[in-house]
Design a protein around this ligand. Sequence first.
Ligand code: PGA
Length: 249
Amino acid sequence: MKIYVCKNYEKMSALAANYVAAQVLMKPESVLGLATGSTPIGMYEELVDKYQNEGISFKDVTTFNLDEYINLPKENENSYYTFMHDNLFDKIDVKEENINIPDGNVEDFETYSKEFENKIKECGGIDIQVLGIGNNAHIGFNEPDDHFSNTTGVVKLTESTILANSRFFDSEEEVPKKAISMGIGTIVRTKKILLLASGKGKAEAIYKTVCGPVKPEVPASILQFHNDVVVIIDEEAASLLDESIYERV
Ligand code: PGA
């Protein structure tokens, strides 16, 4: 794990965008694994800027998103379909047919999840997977559990995640209770991982992820076993880490 600590959210976002843009420049047909949530919004803004002002093209890129709420219509303002189109896809030249966001409205989630996994394989695997992290150290919607989930499938959201995500909905009751998510196995099979975190609320999750024992109660801790993880966080998210284990940028 390589850990970079940036002064603030803006610097974190700019550095993260440089990392993703470098991947796309090196390999225009890259397969990008993307995340939703507040954390990557700044990075997406920077990537849009790179497309508009620096000529970086996403026309040959394929994308896979980590997760989606179940039974929330695609058009709903809180769907991850809407989030990704509003924050990134509608503003760059990625082709709609190359965008893969798990569908939360299918009839047969078992078959659909297998197809989603197969599609990742057929595309040659994910080159970079962008991850945010939950206050409870979830990645994707893989919540603390007694085992690490392997493949894409339906997951139940914990109370803490429902509460955290209720800030986007009119009330806590409106937050879907289930989601479809890449599994922990899907995530660790990606070639490179970019983990982002910002703010004091993430400090404990980051500490446990980086320094704690690897255990399914701390889903992100599994990343200690991946051989190409770049962690880009701001000073607040890094506040519980010993300075000797990171580089300040
Ligand atoms: P956030 O969510 O970026 O909105 O904090 C991260 C996550 O829950 O994975």
